[in-house]
Design a protein around this ligand. Structure first.
Ligand SMILES: [Zn+2]
Length: 409
């Protein structure tokens, strides 16, 4: 299949014009700017790599619009989330996860990192998530989370070794990677964190953990381990280029230095909803951390809103504009997430990359009138799901003309 893109983002702050993309067996073989359309399918507007959602809890979509009024904190929201989790069965989870992933596909998301801790004592919930992603056609990294203490019974495995045995029964597929997660230093003790980190390292699997979302987590971790959550995870052998710290909101200078060897997933729309705080995104990036983003609680599903919030929240915190360039924000929304989720080389319009891409309309109500040279900036700072026209995963269209192609409710 050959596509000819009026404009395509190949990595700079401005798009390239007349870009021919050749695709074979689900992968991109050729990318050439300034090409003639020939008999290729013509894509108007801006074509970008697939957008990665590096941190999702699909079931929390059922809390949208139900927890936002009144007062409270992350901790009171968590009680509402626990109550919901207790009611979900695998049969109920399949249509819920499918609808959530369909909403993601319509927002341009081509790969989801599902941070999965709804176990219910087995893999039936994981199988429901895997089926849901397959029905919609999105690529999935199932980050199966070790969760040993606190929380509802249904989150917990008996031990880290029991977790490893259970997760060992799940197999990678064409569009599926099995990864690991340490839910947090709250839910997993130091010795168990070492077991999960070693499991991921042995397999070269991605490893994620919630890190320093709230100051209270830092305080209790200091009391238990004598270290910050980041340094506790580093001591446990968790920090590597395959590791992703989710949130990383309340960090000490040493934490920022250590995370320079890893990925950091920011979830700004959830962090603002839960009054978590604003993480040091610019310091992290300048310290070497690779940034990515996630929809987390599904309060919103809009990867452009997550990406621009990295910059816009930092403006509010610092009083300075231009902490991150449009290209850096686009990288966080695309290649940064693919790298974090164990699909290295993905999230790029380049030979050898998976043929995952998104076509953004520049003639809709939001972006009409955008000069071509501003198309990348305009997309990052102003586009939304309504501007997503077509979405492709592994050479197959999963969204055409703003509608899903796969099995969705
Ligand atoms: Zn989370």
């Amino acid at each position: 299949m050959n596509l000819w893109c009026e404009l395509a983002w190949l990595g700079g702050d401005e798009p390239e014009r007349g870009v021919l993309i050749e695709i074979e067996d689900g992968a991109i073989t050729t990318v050439r700017a300034g090409a003639d359309p020939g008999d290729a399918e013509r894509l108007d507007g801006l074509t970008i790599p697939g957008l990665a959602n590096a941190h999702s809890h699909a079931f929390q979509r059922a809390l949208r619009g139900r927890t936002h009024s009144g007062t409270g904190s992350f901790w009171t929201w968590r009680e509402q989330m626990y109550a919901l989790a207790e009611t979900i069965t695998p049969d109920a989870y399949l249509p819920l996860a499918r609808a959530t992933f369909a909403e993601m596909a319509l927002a341009g998301i081509t790969v989801v990192g599902e941070f999965h801790y709804l176990h219910g004592g087995g893999n039936a919930m994981a199988e429901a998530v895997i089926q849901a992603a397959d029905d919609v056609g999105v690529r999935l990294t199932l980050l199966d989370a070790c969760y040993l203490r606190g929380g509802p019974d249904s989150f917990r495995d008996a031990s880290a070794h029991a977790w490893a045995r259970r997760v060992g029964e799940l197999r990678d597929g064409e569009l599926l990677r099995i990864g690991a997660a340490i839910h947090s230093v709250r839910a997993v003790d130091f010795e168990s964190a070492k077991v999960v980190a070693a499991w991921a390292a042995d397999r070269g699997a991605p490893l994620h953990a919630h890190v320093s979302e709230q100051p209270e987590e830092n305080e209790s971790c200091q009391q238990e381990n004598g270290l910050t959550p980041t340094l506790t995870l580093a001591e446990a052998g968790a920090i590597s280029p395959s590791f992703t710290a989710v949130h990383a909101t309340h960090l000490a200078p040493n934490d920022i230095a250590v995370l320079g060897f890893a990925n950091v997933c920011l979830c700004p729309t959830t962090e603002r909803d839960l009054a978590d705080g604003i993480g040091p995104a610019r310091q992290l990036r300048e310290g070497g951390a690779k940034l990515c983003t996630g929809s987390d609680s599904q309060a919103f599903i809009d990867p452009f809103e997550e990406a621009r919030a990295i910059e816009l929240d930092e403006r509010l915190a610092t009083g300075v504009r231009g902490n991150h360039t449009p290209a850096q924000l686009m990288e966080a929304a695309t290649s940064g997430g693919y790298d974090s989720l164990g699909w290295p080389g993905g999230g790029r319009l380049a030979p050898g990359a998976p043929a995952d891409l998104v076509n953004v309309s520049l003639d809709g109500i939001t972006l009409a009138g955008t000069p071509p040279e501003h198309a990348v900036e305009a997309t990052i700072f102003a586009a939304g799901p309504r501007d997503i026209r077509h979405v492709m995963v592994a050479g197959r269209w999963i969204v055409r003309n703003n509608e899903t192609v796969g099995t969705v409710p």
